[in-house]
Write a protein that binds this ligand. Structure first.
Ligand code: ZN
Length: 426
């Protein structure tokens, strides 16, 4: 079996660029994937790389072809799909070529504006989410003021846009999924679909804990529409090129099925009057084996557990427990202090150790949090021990956790504990 480090490096595009189909199509991994179509009249590029990978992708394309870029298409406006334009624009200016058409959905423009508004916040989020791969902290993941705005804009929910270059037809469709600005491409003559992140070779990233609402049902419907095309090649937003009608059909149908499943089972439980906790644990119990085992649904990046949260949120407000204690709750540190008044700190510490030894890591964390949150009531020695044990548990969880996003969240917290311990021990 493939280990998670190898899956994630493939997922992040550490694969060689390659030709495919009739050798006039190029698949260029660069964190996310760019797909290039060469015609006698120039190039159509579906998705730009990240700002950091821009030169690498540009050079890879220029090894295959010297034709001018005529169309740039953003599958959506995330930083790994729409911000690596610099070397392309530089070349266009140097060679005095015409500026290419840039195609995106109107919600992509709203996204670019949002990135300007929440510049610092998004930078912080991305540093948390990608902590294990972003090493250069001086280099921003995106420069919101350098977004290249679209010249051809798909508008509304049912929108599409068809164009021809050198007789080759390109069909673009908008559907919501990971984002509200997704576009996917169908090239009938070559039987190629470029899906953007509607397929990302991992369990669909519906429930990113840091990010805004995503759209499981619309996402499933988008994949159903792709299935109708009967494509021979599927260029996903992340991961390897998928080749052969059967493999394409399998990738699309299993991902669609998983999305329908998450959505429909949660809707059913909402209609039964269930609260989040019950829905969450029931959903974990009924997760079908065929999804768990399927290589396209591995929790490499996002995961099923996150998807449950996000699908619930699609239809539900933030009051999710049904317990009015949670409606206007006290501060957690005040609650912890009350628990420490009821029972001595040593009881919590020994209970947490026992739970840890029994492998009940999550429960151990909850008990330790009483000591850590209630630190003002706790001796320095106990606090140090509680923090050390929490650090150990989090590091163990990092090792066990398959999802890149979850791994980073847990590891960041472990590092914060390490820093806190240094200060306390001084
Ligand atoms: Zn992506």
């Amino acid at each position: 079996m493939e280990d998670s480090a190898s899956s994630i490096s493939k997922w992040f595009g550490l694969l060689p660029p390659r030709k495919f189909c009739d050798d006039k199509c190029y698949f260029i991994p660069g964190m996310a994937n760019s797909t290039v179509f060469e015609t006698n009249k120039g190039l159509v590029i579906f998705d730009l790389p990240t700002k950091q990978n821009a030169m690498k992708t540009f050079q890879a394309i220029r090894k295959f072809t010297t034709k001018p870029v005529k169309y740039l298409i953003y599958s959506h406006g995330h930083f790994d799909h729409a911000y690596g334009s610099e070397p392309f624009i530089k070349e266009i200016k140097e060679k005095k070529w015409e500026i290419p058409e840039i195609i995106a959905h109107e919600n992509c423009i709203r996204r670019f504006e949002k990135y300007k508004l929440l510049d610092k916040y998004h930078e912080w989020i991305n540093r948390q989410q990608f902590a294990s791969v972003i090493r250069d902290t001086t280099n921003q993941t995106i420069d919101p003021n350098k977004a290249l705005y679209p010249t051809i804009i798909l508008r509304g929910n049912e929108s599409n846009y068809f164009f021809t270059l050198d007789g080759l037809e390109f069909e673009l469709y908008h559907d919501k999924g990971e984002t509200d600005d997704s576009i996917w491409l169908w090239v009938p003559e070559k039987e190629i679909i470029c899906s953007g992140d509607l397929i990302l070779s991992s369990f669909p990233n519906i429930g990113n804990p840091y990010k805004v609402q995503r759209y499981p049902k619309d996402w499933a419907i988008a994949l159903d529409k792709m299935l109708e095309k009967g494509a021979k090649y599927l260029a996903p937003g992340h991961g390897q090129l998928i080749e052969g009608k059967e493999n394409v059909e399998d990738a699309l149908s299993i991902t669609a099925e998983a999305l329908h499943f998450v959505h429909d089972e949660i809707v059913k439980r909402l209609n039964e009057g269930k609260w989040f906790e019950d829905i969450y644990y029931e959903m974990l119990e009924i997760f079908p084996e065929k999804f768990r085992k399927h290589p396209m649904l591995k929790p490499i990046y996002g995961c099923y557990r996150f998807a449950i949260h996000a699908t619930y949120r699609l239809y539900h407000g933030w009051y999710d427990s049904g317990n009015p204690t949670d409606l206007f709750p006290a501060r957690k540190k005040d609650v912890a202090r009350e628990f420490l008044i009821i029972a001595n700190e040593s009881k919590y510490l020994s209970r947490a150790r026992l739970l840890f030894e029994e492998g009940k890591l999550q429960l151990a964390l909850h008990v330790l949090d009483i000591l850590i949150l209630g630190e003002e009531e706790v001796s320095r020695e106990t606090l140090i021990e509680a923090l050390q044990l929490k650090f150990k548990i989090l590091k163990k969880k990092v090792k066990q956790e398959p999802s890149f996003i979850a791994k980073n969240i847990i590891n960041n917290a472990a590092n914060q504990i390490k820093d806190k311990l240094k200060i306390i021990k001084k």
